[in-house]
Design a protein around this ligand. Structure first.
Ligand code: 9MR
Length: 354
């Protein structure tokens, strides 16, 4: 009898131990099912406040999957500064509040851009000084409003054309040296924010890439505060890896922080109406995601500001809305907000690197 009760006790102990071990391994594997737990840098997406409010699946992904958020549109000039004497921070503030509540970093996008400019700015008449006052007031009001809440800002977005020349815009046309001035004004308003120059399509466009590198050298030489380069990374499934790598290497060589700021990988860039998103192209896309992440993981940790996807699921990708490409599937979550095989493939590919 004594022996029997000893036997029962022993078995109870081992069962507890087994349960504990099972529980532990479940916790570990549950953690590993999140990409954010595999990478050691902030991982984010651009978001839209209406979707955060109305769509539970979208909101859950925003909450669970990311550690950083960017406003897709609501901090751009057109929406945040709708009239000369009026700023509208309502929607931007909603995103910031969501980020604060869910413990995420916020990245600001964008203070100066040629696009999504309000009509009143387009109609504005004035001399150089008046234009400078307008832009300085815009930058400093927005950056001051969000001071302490933004880790960084895309101060200037997309200033160069593919041939490396300065893109004509309201700002380039009216304010000489507007890029340097914008960085200075942003820094005065929020001295702790990490300030980025953000652009797209540097791969295969050596002149555009060089123009950005020249800008960085020039700003540094003059002591203008620039701290980071945003590489948007709106790429395609067949974007050339050697070209992407070269852009990353050259950007890293500046010593600035690097943000892959708007990542998506188009599978149907020519908008073929008969396109079918079948396994072969999906796995080529997964390989391309793996390549981007692996390359980014190789850069010095101090330069890793993070990777941000542009939108959350294929369904809400700007490529479908803006470019009217209904058969486009550029992200890690599908039309039902479920993880795509590319998500798991990334986890598996990156696991071995840790
Ligand atoms: O995703 C944004 C889309 O909803 C807007 O209609 C569009 C307007 O040009 O801007 C999109 O976001 C852009 C970002 O701000 C800067 N880089 C390119 C992005 C895609 O166009």
């Amino acid at each position: 009898m004594k022996q029997f009760s000893y036997f029962v006790k022993l078995n109870l102990h081992s069962m507890k131990l087994i349960t504990l071990l099972l529980g532990l391994s479940y916790c570990l594997s549950a953690q590993d099912t999140y990409l954010k737990n595999i990478v050691k840098f902030p991982l984010g997406a651009s978001v839209n406040p209406r979707m955060l409010n109305e769509n539970e699946a979208y909101r859950n992904i925003a909450k669970e999957e990311w550690t950083s958020l960017t406003a897709e549109n609501h901090m751009k000039m057109m929406l945040i500064h709708p009239a000369a004497d009026r700023f509208d921070f309502t929607k931007g503030d909603e995103i910031v509040a969501f980020a604060a509540k869910t413990g995420k970093r916020m990245h600001g996008h964008t203070l100066v851009w040629h696009n999504q400019v309000p009509q009143w700015m387009k109609d504005f008449q004035g001399d150089q000084q008046a234009w400078e006052e307008l832009l300085k007031n815009h930058i400093q009001t927005v950056a001051s409003h969000y001071k302490g809440k933004m880790a960084g800002w895309d101060v200037v977005n997309e200033s160069f054309l593919d041939d490396g020349s300065l893109r004509p815009s309201l700002w380039a046309d009216h304010i000489p040296d507007y890029i340097a001035k914008s960085f200075q004004w942003a820094h005065e308003a929020d001295p702790d924010a990490i300030l980025f120059y953000n652009d797209y399509g540097q791969d295969g466009k050596p002149k555009k890439m060089q123009a950005i590198l020249d800008l960085v050298s020039d700003l540094k030489r003059r002591g203008i505060p620039i701290h980071g380069l945003g590489l948007q990374m709106h790429i395609n499934v067949d974007s050339k890896r050697n070209e992407l790598q070269e852009v990353l290497d050259k950007s890293v060589a500046t010593g600035l922080k690097i943000h892959l700021s708007e990542l998506d990988i188009a599978v149907n860039p020519k908008n073929n109406p008969d396109f079918v998103y079948e396994e072969k192209v999906a796995s080529a896309q997964a390989e391309q995601f793996n390549f981007v992440f692996k390359s980014y993981m190789m850069i010095p940790a101090a330069q890793q500001y993070g990777i941000t996807f542009w939108n959350i699921s294929d369904k809400d990708s700007w490529l479908r809305g803006y470019f009217k490409r209904p058969k486009e599937y550029p992200l890690l979550f599908d039309d039902n907000y479920a993880k795509k095989p590319a998500y798991t493939s990334l986890i598996n590919a990156l696991h071995s690197l840790n």
